[in-house]
Design a protein around this ligand. Structure first.
Ligand SMILES: Cc1cc2nc3c(=O)[nH]c(=O)nc-3n(C[C@H](O)[C@H](O)[C@H](O)COP(=O)(O)OP(=O)(O)OC[C@H]3O[C@@H](n4cnc5c(N)ncnc54)[C@H](O)[C@@H]3O)c2cc1C
Length: 447
């Protein structure tokens, strides 16, 4: 039932379109808040995928790194990812450039990252418990009362008093519709009929392949380290090899084409870390998912809000963390403020805008990284400065922290940007770069 003030009330019905992390977490938070207020809400989550299935039908295509900031935030919500979902704990990463590499240990002992699968497992996997992260979160939402409808939404319309959400089989009326369909869906076309303005975010194509090696080989080759590649390949923002249980996930971010893939898999740096990869290339499971690189200009209307990748994400990192933030902000607004466009403007926009604005700093920094990769002395300076910090207990770990935060999602891009333009940071980097011109490294510098 909806009052004139556009608020949720006892008996209100909510349609969540998409049961990935954003949709599942929105439903979980909304129902948690409603329980606290003794309000009885009916939440239907529309999700065509069965996350327990192995291969593409059960998978939401992702590198699978869960940032430590998200692990901590989930823990404060009482959500602890079970060991069967966490495929590996990560406590360091190795940064590779075209000519050298350096290991960066977690800057603080308690800072750890987890790696997960996003469905029932890659095509050639044994079935995973819970259906990976997405299955676990969806089960969590179901456990506190959400109703999961395994169907695809094909239309959304507005009536005078409600939203009408339809699948091929059925139509239902709701007080609130939540768009949580991610970046790999054409659902924006459905949303454009109920909200005024441009709802489509900027997107680019990425690439993922899952290589089955077996747990022992993954341990031996990668241990508990992520491998990040900053190579001088046009359009490649960066690439990562992410160790999981039996698999190494190779993810390339940026505008990825066949040519970028060829250059990446045949590069010496990659072959040194992953001998044989040039022959493997694509694992049994690979995909070219879209990723969100710029926020949709409009993200809400009366009785409608978009959460997760369908609206805004974090550029090149921590998309699941962005899904958490937008889902929680939308649920808080709907539960405690109201569901009009004006309510979402006040309660939801600040979170949305903070993520969108921070990506502006991210774009600037990746622009800088693209240029820096062509300047060998600067790349050597970055590696030299990091390497020195890693070997010393006394030096402040300025570059190590900045790089850790840049790629892992632990801190906003804005914070990293201001740390990097600090004069003492710039002087130190200038000194290390100048030194590398005078004393050219004779062989491949390494960890
Ligand atoms: C190459 C790559 C690597 C990435 N690596 C990471 C990483 O390591 N860590 C990280 O945090 N993030 C990563 N991301 C980003 C992360 O995958 C997304 O930010 C995250 O999945 C967003 O969650 P979501 O719920 O908004 O969307 P999704 O996970 O895409 O979920 C959307 C859901 O909506 C459903 N849906 C679609 N259309 C309809 C419809 N019409 N009706 C009903 N349901 C529908 C889909 O089936 C899907 O389950 C990566 C992305 C890419 C492309």
């Amino acid at each position: 039932m909806l009052t004139m003030k556009l608020e949720l009330d006892d008996g209100s019905r909510i349609a969540v379109i998409g049961g990935g992390p954003a949709g599942a977490m929105f439903s979980y938070f909304l129902l948690t808040f409603a329980n606290r207020m003794d309000m009885d809400l009916k939440v239907d989550i529309y999700e065509p995928r069965d996350f327990a299935l192995i291969g593409p039908p059960g998978c939401n295509m992702c590198g699978g790194i869960v940032s430590e900031s998200l692990i901590q935030m989930l823990a404060t919500e009482g959500i602890r990812l079970p060991e069967t979902v966490i495929q590996r704990g990560i406590d360091s990463y190795v940064l590779h450039t075209d000519e050298s590499s350096v290991r960066i240990n977690t800057p603080l002992a308690e800072q750890r990252i987890a790696t997960v699968h996003r469905g029932g497992g890659p095509r050639d996997a044994d079935r995973l418990d819970w259906g990976g992260l997405d299955g676990y979160l969806l089960d969590l939402a179901e456990s506190i009362g959400a109703n999961v409808i395994h169907d695809r939404v094909s239309a959304i319309e507005r009536s005078d008093t409600n939203m009408i959400v339809s699948t091929r089989r059925n139509s239902e009326e709701y007080d609130l519709a939540v768009g949580a369909t991610g970046a790999n869906s054409t659902a924006w076309k459905l949303y454009e009929k109920i909200a005024e303005g441009e709802l489509h975010p900027e997107l680019t194509r990425a690439y993922i392949t899952e290589v089955k090696l077996g747990r022992d080989k993954v341990d031996e080759m990668f241990g508990s380290s992520l491998h990040i590649f900053l190579l001088n390949i046009p359009n490649l923002d960066f690439a990562a090899i992410v160790p999981k249980g039996d698999y190494a996930t190779v993810a390339l971010l940026g505008g990825i084409t066949e040519d970028v893939l060829d250059q990446f898999f045949s590069s010496e740096s990659v072959r040194n870390v992953f001998p044989g990869i040039e022959n493997i290339g694509e694992g049994a499971c690979h995909c070219s998912p879209r990723m969100n690189t710029g926020a949709a200009p409009v993200a809400f209307a009366d009785r409608f809000v978009m959460v997760g990748d369908s609206g805004v994400s974090r550029l090149n990192k921590d998309g699941i963390g962005a899904a958490y933030r937008t889902a929680k902000a939308a649920a808080l607004t709907a539960a405690f403020r109201g569901i009009s466009a004006a309510d979402f403007e006040k309660g939801f926009s600040p979170t949305y805008d903070t993520l969108a604005n921070d990506n502006g700093y991210g774009k600037f920094m990746f622009g800088f990284v693209h240029k820096a990769r062509r300047m060998k002395p600067l790349m050597r300076g970055i590696i030299g400065m990091t390497s020195r910090e890693q070997k010393s207990d006394d030096l402040q770990k300025k570059m190590s922290m900045a790089l850790w935060d840049l790629f892992t999602g632990s801190a906003p891009y804005r914070d990293v940007f201001y740390r990097m333009i600090n004069p003492s940071f710039a002087l130190r980097l200038g000194y290390e770069s100048a030194k590398s011109i005078i004393f050219k490294p004779s062989a491949k510098q390494s960890e």
